[in-house]
Design a protein around this ligand. Structure first.
Ligand SMILES: [Zn+2]
Length: 338
């Protein structure tokens, strides 16, 4: 079809120079090596009861799944908390366009998901509330996508409403919303969580975020290497080697195809993490540390969301005065760990 292979197709359709992005990602990897290794050493002893050496990747899934703070996140309050927060930020008028299906059906997957059926008029947010940290995190992540979609200017061409080149921009907005459920002041106001517990929740969330970042760096670097000269036969070997390098956990090669989201979706997430840190820096500088209580910040977000998916993330952060892929804000967000 005229493309010079997988990499060429992904690069031209998403408008990203992946060779250049690989250099950025390798920098982030090096810049977070020490904080990751130090925090993992500690977490390994505290939570797994053994030193961080030759541990299999199943432990990584376990560390992602456990939470000591789930009691602070009741299932019955999840939808009402999202609606209450949306109203407080000035998005109350959008709630009729976001159809929330929280009905408890037996075979329904509890994990929240958002569908842009006909934005801005018709957006669906589906969840089966089970409570706990990850449930709230997913609800606010998907809620971020939903508010973004429901804010779109109805007069825009359909292309700008639904056909993005990549998903980095909307993932950035989703990450910003999802991180609120780990903010001590936010937790205190909306869920009545003691500030000291809130601080501990925030530290734990930082660790989990860094763990996910290192895993997605691994997923990207693996996909990049595989399609820039590697052969499919070498896939399992490259996968295991790179994922072990970035996470420190021993990976077997058998998931080398299953653990790939295709066409560098991993890079969309990585771009979104870099962008979310820049964007949050802007929000804090403009509306204060507790920008998330500011209706003015809400109005600002609402204005940006009107443009739907017309611009890529890098264009949006540039308008706020940030350079594309400047990772220093992301690196800084892990301070205090380790
Ligand atoms: Zn998302």
């Amino acid at each position: 079809m005229g493309w010079n292979g997988y990499m060429d197709f992904a690069s031209k359709s998403k408008g990203i120079d992946y060779a250049q992005f690989e250099a950025v990602v390798n920098r982030i990897l090096k810049d977070t090596d020490s904080v990751w290794n130090q925090s993992m050493k500690k977490v390994s002893l505290d939570l797994l009861g053994k030193p961080f050496e030759n541990l299999r990747s199943t432990h990584l899934l376990y560390l992602r799944s456990i939470s000591m703070f789930d009691d602070n996140y009741p299932a019955q309050k999840i939808v009402s908390t999202f609606k209450r927060y949306a109203r407080d930020m000035g998005f109350g008028n959008l709630l009729s366009q976001i159809k929330i299906d929280d009905v408890d059906r037996t075979k329904k997957n509890p994990r929240a998901v958002c569908y842009w059926i006909n934005p801005p008029q018709e957006v669906h947010l589906v969840i089966k509330p089970i409570g706990g940290e990850q449930d709230y995190e997913a609800m606010f992540h998907e809620g971020g996508h939903a508010l973004h979609a429901a804010s779109e200017d109805p007069a825009m061409p359909q292309t700008y409403k639904i056909l993005s080149r990549s998903n980095a921009l909307t993932e950035m907005y989703a990450f910003i919303l999802e991180d609120l459920v780990f903010e001590p002041a936010w937790l205190k106001k909306y869920l009545g969580v003691d500030l000291k517990i809130g601080e501990r929740i925030k530290m734990q969330a930082k660790f989990v975020n860094l763990m996910l970042l290192r895993r997605y760096i691994g997923k990207f670097l693996y996909e990049y290497q595989l399609f820039s000269g590697g052969t499919l036969q070498k896939g399992p070997e490259i996968y295991a080697k790179i994922l072990q390098r970035t996470t420190g956990f021993v990976h077997s090669g058998e998931k080398y195809l299953n653990d790939m989201d295709g066409y560098f979706y991993s890079a969309d997430y990585l771009r979104a993490w870099i962008g979310a840190a820049q964007f949050k820096d802007y929000l804090q500088k403009t509306y204060g540390q507790e920008w998330f209580f500011s209706a003015r910040a809400g109005a600002f977000l609402g204005e940006l969301w009107k443009d739907g998916v017309r611009d890529e993330l890098e264009v949006v952060v540039k308008k706020l005065g940030y350079h594309a892929w400047d990772s220093k804000y992301l690196i800084r967000s892990y301070s205090g760990l380790g």
